[in-house]
Design a protein around this ligand. Structure first.
Ligand code: SF4
Length: 252
């Protein structure tokens, strides 16, 4: 069984494929909490839950009752068929942490269906969950946006930086890239060394940096500092279009 939090057809707002029309599947659950991102959301029971900008897809205890239990890949295909989509539209698997389900038979079957139908499938992952490329060769045909978490996430190093998970992805996947979330206060406080300490494991990957924030105002406040950081380090700036346009990260 896998948990689906939401699905929506929009444009990709971050990373290498920014602007591409994409059908998003947001799966529930995560191996981290990232309270350092300083976002909070009111749960159906009235509790204010702290975490990242998608805490509603992370915290099963407070939000799980709203998640949809998926028991067969055809349920996901039926959801897809409910949209009017261009042929072979990009599919984005996000969360939460979608690779929590990397070994799940329903999840793998859906990925195999998508790849077989010619869709470009991208996983937005924290890069800390292993993928078994030997057992599930379909993942070799997919793209992985590796958002390895930095100290500003509030997560302990041993949980957020797992080369044993992201180096095989960088090695065997058709395509992958790093995507870091940066706030202006962390720049200059060892940020260069922190990123070097992650990217040296896979120096062939392009590095994208994007401004931290769960609201348009927060993203705007961090933008210029992140652009300056990218210029100094030769990284590629990534905006967060969905937040800048819709001032939200949910359902867009
Ligand atoms: S890893 Fe991603 S989805 Fe999970 S808590 Fe951190 S920011 Fe949120």
């Amino acid at each position: 069984m896998i948990y689906l939090v939401e699905h929506f057809y929009s444009i990709q707002g971050e990373g290498r494929y920014t602007g591409r029309p994409s059908l998003f599947f947001r799966f529930g659950g995560c191996n981290m909490r990232c309270e350092g991102f300083g976002c909070s959301e009111t749960a159906p029971d009235g509790a204010s839950v702290k975490g990242c900008d998608t805490v509603y897809a992370v915290d099963r205890r407070h939000f799980g009752a709203q998640w949809l239990c998926i028991e067969h890949r055809d349920e996901l295909i039926t959801i897809m068929n409910g949209y009017t989509l261009p042929p072979k539209v990009d599919i984005v698997m996000t969360g939460g942490e979608p690779l929590l389900y990397a070994d799940n038979a329903v999840f793998v079957a859906f990925v195999e269906y998508l790849v077989g139908a010619g869709h470009r499938v991208t996983f937005e992952t924290n890069g800390a969950m292993p993928v078994d490329f030997g057992r599930f060769p379909v993942y070799r045909e997919c793209i992985f946006a590796l958002s390895v978490k930095l100290a500003n996430s509030g997560e302990p190093f041993s949980r957020r930086v797992r080369p044993n998970a992201f180096v095989p992805i960088a090695t065997y996947a058709k395509e992958s890239f790093f995507k870091f979330t940066i706030d202006r206060d962390s720049i200059g406080v060892n940020m260069e060394h922190e990123i070097d300490g992650i990217t040296h494991y896979a120096p062939q990957l392009e590095v994208f940096c994007m401004p931290m924030g769960g609201t348009r105002a927060e993203v705007e406040a961090n933008t210029e500092a992140v652009i300056g950081f990218c210029k100094a380090r030769g990284y590629t700036y990534s905006d967060r279009l969905h937040i800048r346009i819709w001032d939200a990260n949910k359902g867009v």
